[in-house]
Write a protein that binds this ligand. Structure first.
Ligand code: C2O
Ligand code: CU
Ligand code: CU
Length: 458
């Protein structure tokens, strides 16, 4: 790999500067993942990467989404705490040629969220084809905490995905039962939509907002010189203090914000190791060092960044008090095929389940009460599953029976469950039976196969 393409920085749509009325087109377009080989893609604004939406806490904004594709889609605001009727799940279909205009109130702490399609049975392919974008919720704390926040300069969005390409640079996506079981994994990693990019960064502290938007792959990130970096936020907000790490696993749909110090001026690679907890990819290499592959290169410039020091503390979340939970529930995510078979253009595809049931758009699985908290125990069978739910954030109480590591102790909306996890879920937004919230595995092939349930909150 040559690392000679500049990392694309997605256009920033600052809702507040546009009167809180924004437009988003879902369209097909052309994009070169591999240099010099443009190919057909789907994209927000017809482009990869999709735009980044910056939203201010306390604002209400209106999005006009136009579906220019020749297929139906939805736009789900992953992690945005809004009610079930506007969150863009599988019930809010935007027909081909149609439009959708939700009004969304932003009321949650500063965080990095994202948006993507959620059409049942076709989510995986639509995201693979290029539909995803980031959301930055801004609550004014960046300045207070002294965190880098100059978008595209010392505050960079990094969207990681894996893809497989044909010789002409086209996207390969084929589903068969085995691919459904392990989730679709590509042989090439892309960052912000391109293979092997480089980024020029100030020779100082830089904030990276990393999203794993892969269909199934866990990335195990580190820098080639094994330098320390600092996790400052997970999915739904800041952690209480920066967590020094040398290696960080990020699962599908998870986000981490990290601070990296480039003041020694030396170029460095961001690398990923083999996926040890899922599927055949993890069996490829036993020797860690041999298994790491470079994703992108950072080249510090002589200019120092604005932020000088790693903050000592950030925003401490309230204690996760499981005693206040009004009930306990258990969910078994099963990699086996227990959900019957579904006819598709390419033949019969097997179904997957939660608690023995495959997804049914007409069935409500769980009823919750607005303003309460519950303990959800998630059990993975067969392989590790990244569990996500809509309309709520949670705290991880335990992972495989042990307290979570510091970087997973803040507010989250996705967690990789290797064997079992206990979550303290706070239900703060309403959802009716007509527009229920989803909970599901974020391996997209599992979700499409039916490893998903629905809950209401009243
Ligand atoms: Cu990324 Cu159901 O969501
Ligand atoms: Cu979601
Ligand atoms: Cu799964």
């Amino acid at each position: 790999m040559r690392f000679d393409r500049r990392l694309p920085i997605p256009p920033l749509i600052d809702a507040g500067k546009r009167g809180n009325a924004i437009e988003l087109q879902v369209a097909s377009g052309k994009h070169a993942f591999v240099g010099g080989k443009p190919t057909r893609i789907y994209g927000y604004a017809g482009q990869i990467p999709g735009p980044v939406l910056r939203l201010r806490r306390g604002d209400e904004f209106e999005v006009t989404v136009e579906n220019k594709l020749d297929i139906d889609t939805t736009v789900h605001w992953h992690g945005l705490l809004v009610s079930g009727d506007v969150e863009g799940g599988p019930h809010q279909i935007i027909k081909s040629g149609g439009s959708w205009r939700p009004r969304l109130r932003v009321d949650q702490p500063a965080s990095t969220l994202w948006f993507h399609p959620h059409l049942h049975h076709d989510t995986a392919r639509q995201i693979y084809m290029g539909l995803s974008g980031l959301i930055i919720v801004d609550d004014g704390s960046d300045t207070k905490l002294g965190l880098p926040h100059a978008y595209g300069i010392d505050d960079l969005p990094i969207v990681l995905q894996d893809r497989s390409f044909g010789p002409d640079g086209s996207l390969l996506y084929d589903l068969d039962p085995l691919t459904i079981q392990y989730g679709l994994r590509g042989n090439t990693i892309i960052a912000n939509g391109v293979v092997g990019p480089f980024a020029r960064v100030p020779g100082g502290l830089v904030r990276l907002r990393i999203l794993n938007a892969a269909n199934a792959q866990n990335f195990d990130l580190r820098f080639s010189d094994k330098r320390k970096f600092y996790v400052v936020a997970s999915d739904a907000g800041f952690v209480s203090a920066p967590v020094a790490m040398q290696q960080l696993r990020i699962s599908p749909a998870e986000r981490f914000e990290i601070l990296v110090d480039f003041s020694n001026g030396r170029p460095v690679m961001l690398e990923t190791g083999p996926d040890r907890v899922m599927g055949i990819f993890g069996a490829v290499s036993e020797d860690d060092s041999a298994g790491f592959v470079p994703i992108m290169r950072f080249e510090p410039t002589a200019t120092a960044g604005a932020a000088k020091e790693i903050p000592v503390s950030l925003v401490a979340p309230a204690a996760a008090d499981a005693n206040r939970a009004v009930r306990r529930r258990e969910f078994l995510l099963d990699s086996g095929f227990c959900g019957g078979q579904r006819p598709t253009e390419t033949g019969l595809l097997p179904g997957m389940c939660i608690n023995g049931k495959t997804h049914d758009m007409a069935r409500i699985d769980v009823e919750t009460a607005l303003g309460t908290t519950e303990v959800w125990k998630i059990v993975s069978r067969g392989m590790a599953h990244p569990f996500h739910l809509h309309g709520a954030s949670f705290r991880v109480l335990s992972l495989s029976g042990a307290p979570p590591p510091a970087h997973l102790a803040g507010w989250k909306d996705v967690v990789l469950v290797e064997d079992e996890a206990e979550l303290l879920v706070k239900f703060s937004r309403p959802a009716t039976p007509e527009h229920p919230f989803m909970y599901h595995c974020h391996i997209l092939e599992h979700e499409d196969a039916g490893m998903m349930g629905q809950y209401v909150c009243t």
